[in-house]
Design a protein around this ligand. Sequence first.
Ligand SMILES: [Zn+2]
Length: 130
Amino acid sequence: MSQNPHGNHAIRRIVLPSGRTIEVIRFNDVDAERRELHICPACGSELVQPMAWNETADGRWDLVLECPNCGRSESGRFSRTQVERLEDHLDEGLTEMIADLQRLTQANMAADVDRFVAALDCGLILPEDF
Ligand SMILES: [Zn+2]
């Protein structure tokens, strides 16, 4: 087993009976608690999303997480604190998307008004159009 330079996880290589080698990444418990769930451990994307979730009897959460960037999927049991941080991050993303949508809507409306005024100026809109 080898430690990475940051010491927050260990990589273990296992040779399967088929001869294929796989890497198992194991986070130690303390660092696993600090791990930000919205960040993909494989590609570093910050867009990891929960695909399924279920609260356990001890107040933790079983989550299925998926990275839309590299397609990595994982399932695991995470602390309430970690899940709350993920939820906060998702809320921030939703707020940003709504703000973008409002800006886009305003820009479209401004463009519509400009076209309407130009059509009026050219005499292309008449009372009988209404
Ligand atoms: Zn990824």
